[in-house]
Design a protein around this ligand. Sequence first.
Ligand code: 6GU
Length: 234
Amino acid sequence: MRIDIFTLFPEMFRGPFDSSIVKRATDQGIADIRIHNIRDYSHDKHHSADDYSYGGGAGMVMKPEPVFEAMETIRSQSSEMAGKKTSTILLTPQGRLFCQPVAATLKDYDWLLLICGHYEGVDERIREHLVDDEISIGDYVLTGGELAAMVVVDAVVRLLPGALGSPESLLNESHTGGLLEYPQYTRPEIFRGWAVPDVLLSGNHAEIAKWRLQQSLKRTAERRPELMDGKREE
Ligand code: 6GU
């Protein structure tokens, strides 16, 4: 998967993409992530990327020209991606809510172009004429779309074939089947007097699976009741 990120703060991406699963995926060639500074595509004296809002009011708006030029430059330099399944996504608090099914849909794309919105907003013509999709990662306001882009990239890249050591680890994790994950234990069997549940030591795989499903249902019902609709142990 090729991922191009357009941002006013490219330095923010160094740490998160240089560690853990995303780093391994890029090292292995599973993901090709490229960061572009929108300001490099602004040609006035100060390389400005924002301007006042028509109609007045507080807050600056991201100008269309540098964003369009950055996007068009990268697209025209990427003829190898012509005809590939592509989505251009704006990260904005006004976008549709990101969740595991959205991540699972995005993993099937060959090329994601992510625009990190900033300041008080972006010129509406970016939305109308450059972008296919708008995503928010939750109902709170971040300074910019950069952290949201990192969240989306992390959640999508770990779903790519080969990104995780063992693909089975995707099967039982929280949100995959629409439920939260069951409690997990590792050694020691007794830690400070607190014992691992007997069933997990029983070797009875059917009983263990049943216990885990019960625990997932209980935990989801208690913590995230809105996820429960229609989910009951048969
Ligand atoms: Cl994508 N951007 C900003 N600025 N704030 C957010 C967000 C995105 N998602 C949640 N809050």
